[in-house]
Design a protein around this ligand. Structure first.
Ligand code: NAI
Length: 336
């Protein structure tokens, strides 16, 4: 199948090319992000392969459909960037990679918790400058602390397993309680109760209309004062302005992010020689108790291998007209 692969970096080309030996699709690697302006690059391609910050709203999908595209293969688990209703109406098939390495994201989440708690970036810089003073580096034992996990699907459950290993007390919030979390001793609570009791809150829900700004001003007020908040799921789960106010007042004690609600055009690019235009993001960078990584939680060899293999296998099934278990439709959103 001829596939226009958007938002490709060197590592995407490497892993997709290797996995394609078993599929023999005709892959055209394109560096630009998919937006209305770049849809023309996919003209005549029956399939488009896209990543998390590619725009797949109604106008883009409609333009792609008019140019002959019938399949969208997401190299991601999340599909919040796709207007699924529009895709359904246009008769386009959307496939994703539901699970590639939930361990990668869960382990990065715990990495953020540890680095924030023990001020590792600050300690690293101090030691390099010959400053071995400990003032300002004090953390807390994770053992015995309460961790609130919001969304206990594949990733949240692994986070629960790791934090249980540290000796944390586990609270959880999810409309569908997970058997393993229950067996780890997690107590499922309504969100306000989880927020009120947790020393660490970590988010692992998909971004849907229901979870948009899940942590807003009211939720910040419900948190235990000085608690740590971590988001490795999707940026818009947080109302960033409310979070900044929470940091300024000390209501939020520390913030770890791998995602940001306006990350499109920012993350995945080297902008080090440019002036940062996003004032909200710039404000976040000023806090000593904020640690941000640029959407790298998924970025392990194992995950990239699985993403490439599943993406190309999804496309092979579509090409052969066989049922694909990784199709997402607008019906998939009902109740999520
Ligand atoms: P999953 O589908 O296995 O689990 C999601 C869980 O969230 C489900 O148990 C679901 O019932 C729950 N949920 C849905 N709405 C909820 C709500 N309102 N409140 C509480 N729980 C709710 O998904 P998985 O694989 O664990 O991934 C979670 C998210 O992580 C993805 O949707 C994606 O946005 C994000 N992600 C981030 C990556 C990164 O590199 N930073 C990489 C991969 C995924």
């Amino acid at each position: 199948m001829r596939v226009a692969v958007f938002s490709t970096k060197r590592y995407d080309r490497e892993f997709l090319t290797r996995a394609n030996a078993a599929h023999r699709h005709e892959l055209t690697f394109l560096e630009p992000r998919l937006t209305l302006d770049t849809t023309v690059l996919a003209s005549g391609f029956p399939a488009v392969c896209a990543f998390v910050n590619d725009v797949l709203d109604q106008p883009v999908l409609s333009a792609l459909a008019q140019q002959g595209t019938r399949a969208i293969a997401l190299r991601s688990a999340g599909f919040n960037n796709v207007d699924l209703e529009a895709a359904d109406l246009l008769g386009m098939t959307v496939v994703r990679v539901p699970a590639y390495s939930p361990h990668a994201v869960a382990e990065h989440t715990v990495g953020l918790i540890l680095a924030l708690n023990r001020h590792l970036p600050r300690a690293f810089n101090r030691v390099r400058e010959g400053n071995f003073a400990l003032d300002g580096l004090m953390g807390f034992d994770l053992h015995g602390k309460t961790a609130g996990i919001v969304g206990t699907g594949k990733i949240g459950t692994i986070v629960a397993r790791i934090l249980a290993g540290f000796g944390c007390r586990l609270l959880a919030h999810d409309p569908h309680p997970h058997e393993e979390c229950l067996s780890l001793g997690a107590t499922y609570l309504p969100l306000p109760d989880l927020l009120a009791q947790s020393d660490i809150v970590t988010l692992h829900t998909p971004l849907t209309p229901r979870t948009y700004h899940l942590i807003d001003r009211d939720a910040v007020a419900q948190m235990r004062r000085g608690a740590m908040l971590v988001n490795t799921s999707r940026g818009a789960l947080l109302d960033t302005r409310a979070i900044i106010n929470g940091l300024k007042s000390g209501q939020i004690g520390a913030l770890g992010l791998d995602v940001y609600e306006e990350e499109e055009g920012l993350f995945f690019e080297d902008l080090s020689g440019r002036v940062l235009q996003d004032d909200v993001f710039a404000r976040l960078l000023t806090f000593p108790n904020v640690l941000i990584t640029g959407h790298q939680a998924f970025f392990t060899r194992e995950a990239l291998t699985a993403i490439a293999e599943t993406t190309l296998a999804n496309l092979s099934l579509i090409e052969r007209g066989e049922p694909c278990p990784n199709v997402v439709t607008s019906a998939r959103l009902v109740g999520s």
